[in-house]
Design a protein around this ligand. Structure first.
Ligand SMILES: O=C(CO)[C@H](O)[C@H](O)COP(=O)(O)O
Length: 220
């Protein structure tokens, strides 16, 4: 079975978590794009969406779904987003698409985070996928040195990429993240780091994995 088919299965399954007429948070990426296609079949199902990126905002608006500012939406019941990796405790690496900061904010503002992915994203130990770290541009060299000193790995500037917030991304390769919460805190402590792509302090609550045997549901 292809990864795309797994993504579609997971996205379809996430539709069952939506309460009719609610305002939901919507993430970013190819799996979420399929979820937005599912929403587009029945745009009146939700009242509005809070979007984690300019890219998702465009797709939601094209689908006829109102996009609301988080400041006006209040606490959200549900956030649906993809991931680059998840371990069995539902700690995630996110930010492959560069939208990690808004994603982390919306995940934090939501009661339930349902993560959707094809089953290749489930790993034993996080870190094979390069860990994205969003950084204030003037701090990028300093932050890269501090990352090597504090957690190891090889930070590389993501070329020709600026986040929706006007910042740059360092992708940190060659990490083995045995203690995601500790790593997340250590990275948060470096001045100049805006957000790191570890979602462990606030991981997913539900992980829907599409694959050859259908949708597997893991709960935190
Ligand atoms: O964190 C993300 C974007 O910042 C995405 O959720 C993550 O990269 C997964 O993307 P995809 O669904 O395309 O595999």
């Amino acid at each position: 079975m292809s990864a795309d088919a797994g993504k579609r299965q997971a996205a379809e399954a996430a539709m069952t978590y939506i309460d009719n007429g609610s305002i939901i948070g919507v993430g970013t990426g190819s799996t979420v794009n399929v979820f937005i296609e599912c929403l587009a079949r029945d745009p009146g199902r939700i009242r509005a969406a809070v979007s984690s990126s300019e890219a998702s905002t465009r797709l939601l608006e094209d689908a006829g779904i109102e996009v609301m500012d988080l400041n006006h939406a209040g606490p959200l019941d549900l956030y649906v987003d993809g991931a680059d990796e998840s371990n069995r405790h539902l700690s995630l690496i996110k930010g492959g698409g560069g939208a990690l900061t808004r994603e982390k904010i919306i995940a934090g503002a939501s009661r339930r985070f349902v993560c959707i992915a094809d089953d290749s994203k489930l790993v034993g130990t996080l870190g094979a996928f390069p860990l994205p770290v969003e950084v204030i541009p003037m701090a990028r060299s300093f932050v890269a040195r501090e990352i090597v000193k504090r957690i190891g790995g090889q930070p590389e500037l993501r070329e020709r990429f600026t986040t929706d917030n006007g910042n740059v991304i360092l992708d940190v390769r060659n990490l083995e993240i045995a203690e995601p919460v500790k790593f997340e805190r250590t990275l948060n402590d470096i001045p100049g780091v805006v957000t790191n792509g570890l979602f462990a302090l606030r991981g997913a609550d539900v992980l829907l994995l599409g694959g050859a045997d259908g949708v597997q549901t893991l709960e935190a």
